[in-house]
Structures are given as C-alpha cells and as structure tokens.
Ligand binder design. Structure first.
Ligand code: PMP
Length: 348
C-alpha cells in the first residue's frame, strides 16, 4: 500500500530527497558522513554557500539579503525578531494561532499593537516593523499578497515558503522552520534585508540572539545543524529539478482545488473552516458533522494509507497538509476517500 503522509511538520519528503539525504548520511565526502564531517571545512562551507544561493534563487532575492541558517525552531524567531528589532513599537497581524503567539512573545520587548487585519491605511508611523504569518498552519489561512506599508514586513513563511512565488518587495525579514516545505526539523531559515539588519540591536547580554552576530559569522557562530542544512540543500535541488517555484505553485493550486471542490460540493457534509481567497493551499482544514464521524473518517483514512490527517490538538477537525512534496496522487486518494465516506454515511 502506498502511504501518503499529510502531517503538518515534520512532513512528507519526496522519495528522491530521502534517497539523496540517506546517501549524505552514509558517505558524503572523503568517505565520511555529512553528520560526522567538520563544519569548518571547505566542503561544508561550499555546501552552506550553495544552500544559501539556492534560497536566494528560489525566493528571487539578491545579495542584498543575508540568508541565515539558525537552530531553535520557528518559535524562537518570534522572540529574536522582537529582541532585535522592537524599539518604538510593532504591528502584529493576528490571523491565527502562530501570529497570536508571535505577538504575545514580542510583548516583553516593547509596545505591540495587534490587528485583525492590516492594510495600506493602517497607521505604521510609530512602528519598527509589521509582522504577518502568511500561512497559518493550524487555521488554514493564507495571505497571497501583502499590502504596501511604510515599515518593513516581518514574515513567518514556515508553512508556505517555496510553495509559490513570493513578492519580497517591502519584506525586511522572512523566516521559516525547515520541516514543512524546506527540509527537516533542526534548522530555521532566516532571510534579512541588509538595510533592515542594520537596525538590529541587542545588548551585550543577548549577543547569542543577535542577527548581526550570526550574519557576521556566516551562520557559524555556533556549530550549525550540518545534516539539517544538507537536507535543505536536497529539497532545494529537488524543487529546481521539478521545474522551480512556478511548477510547485501550479501543482499546489491543483491539489488544493481538488480538496476544496470536494468540500464545497458535499452539500454541507464537509464543513470548511475558511472561505474565499484566504483558503490555504498548504493546509486544508475542515470538519465533519460530528465527532463519531470524525473518528470513523480518520480510521478509514488510516486503513487506506492516508496518514496524519487529525487536526491540531487545539483545533480538532481534519487538517490535510499538502506541501510541495505531497504528490497529486495522494490528494486524489484523499478525495476518493472523502467521496466514498460521504456516500456511505448518506445512505445510512
Ligand atoms: N510558525 C508556523 C507558521 C508554524 O506552522 C509553526 C509550527 N511548525 C511554527 C511557527 C513554530 O515552529 P517551531 O515548532 O519550529 O517552533
């Protein structure tokens, strides 16, 4: 039976990526595993630089942006962002679980103003930056365009980086935990425009949290997560081999449409959490009529090799995470099960 992994992160990896990563673990260079190879070596530094350039190519950004590979998880960055940049105040677009957490975590560092929505008319005069989570992984909400503001955007793109072209105009910082669309757990990618980085400031006590210090050290202020960076490299290569970001977007859009269409044509049997243009193409979240049916649905899905569809523990329901590496066949198998399940219960 083919297994399809709909997990929210760590999540599905393309078979070709797993093979390449396995080869890196076994014998990467000079007969040694990447996991045992010194980070201060020309071979690893070359890998780091190629990975950095891959990130720049796929985000379509120039050398004006620093690309950092940091440890500590995406959540850690909610703290670092405020620690480095929050002086006068910051705007937070609170659209779901992760942006709410980011706003809470910024509060010890300065004045945080939370908004249900941010647009061109939002007053940003006294802000250092505006924070947005462009894909709320738990709530299934995605923003495809950011309004123009007079302050830089700070973007959490943990769950939709590399899934579609992103307009980086106006973005001061973009960060993403790697374990969804960019690699495996253990590394967080942080991209910072050099003009914005110039404004970063932490005290001597906080020097290990300093973006400037990490940038200056070329992401080697501490021993970098070498194997996780290798995994990012494998994923970036795979994306490029598959035709790049535009090709990813095309398939991602087809996959999401298949599921949303099934929900919308189910006569209310499947209940979407999100309507309209902010429906996420990465995490499709919906409910069934009751908890008994939810459990039945999940049990049958599991039996068919459709794994990890249970919604987040704080949200319930179903969440289908359909990142880049989820093949369209997996989505078709899910949609088949949704239709079969609905017919079965409608007949009762
Ligand atoms: N931001 C988003 C959008 C997420 O989906 C997650 C969860 N993976 C996080 C932040 C937190 O990531 P981490 O568990 O690495 O702190």
């Amino acid at each position: 039976m083919t297994l399809y992994n709909f997990a929210p992160g760590p999540s599905v990896l393309a078979p070709a990526v797993k093979e390449k990563l396995a080869a890196m673990v076994l014998d990467w260079a000079d007969g040694l595993s990447l996991a045992e190879y010194p980070h201060r070596s020309p071979a690893f530094e070359a890998l780091l630089e190629q990975t950095r350039q891959g990130v720049r190519r796929l985000l379509n950004i120039s050398e004006d942006y620093e690309v950092l590979f940091l440890m500590g998880g995406a959540r850690q960055q909610f703290d670092w962002i405020a620690r480095n940049f929050l002086k006068k105040g910051a705007l937070y677009w609170v659209s779901g679980h992760w942006s709410k957490m980011a706003a809470e975590m910024a509060k010890p560092f300065g004045e945080v103003t939370s908004f249900e929505t941010i647009n061109e008319t939002t007053d940003a005069t006294h802000a250092d930056y505006a924070f947005v989570c462009v894909n709320e992984t738990i709530d299934g909400i995605e923003f495809h365009h950011l309004p123009k503001l007079s302050v830089p955007w700070v973007v959490d793109a943990s769950s939709n980086i590399f899934s579609r072209p992103m307009d980086m105009t106006g973005v001061g910082l973009l960060m993403a935990g790697a374990q969804k669309n960019a690699g495996i757990a253990g590394v967080t990618i942080v991209v910072i425009h050099k003009d914005f980085l110039a404004k970063a400031d932490v005290g001597e006590k906080d020097r290990l949290y300093s973006y400037k210090a990490h940038a200056k050290a070329g992401s080697m202020l501490v021993t970098p997560p070498t194997l996780a960076i290798g995994a990012v490299r494998c994923v970036l290569d795979w994306i490029e081999e598959m035709g790049g970001i535009e090709a990813m977007e095309k398939v991602n859009s087809q996959k999401a449409t298949l599921i949303y269409k099934t929900i919308d044509e189910s006569n209310g049997f499947y209940r979407p959490r999100v309507e309209g243009e902010n429906r996420s193409r990465m995490n499709v979240v919906f409910d069934l009529p009751n908890e008994t049916l939810l459990e039945e649905f999940l049990k049958g899905a599991q039996e068919r090799g459709l794994l990890n569809l249970r919604g987040h523990r704080s949200a319930g329901g179903i969440r289908a995470s359909i990142y880049n590496a989820m093949p369209i066949e997996g989505v078709k198998a899910l949609v088949d099960w949704m239709k079969t399940f609905q017919t079965k219960w409608a007949e009762k």
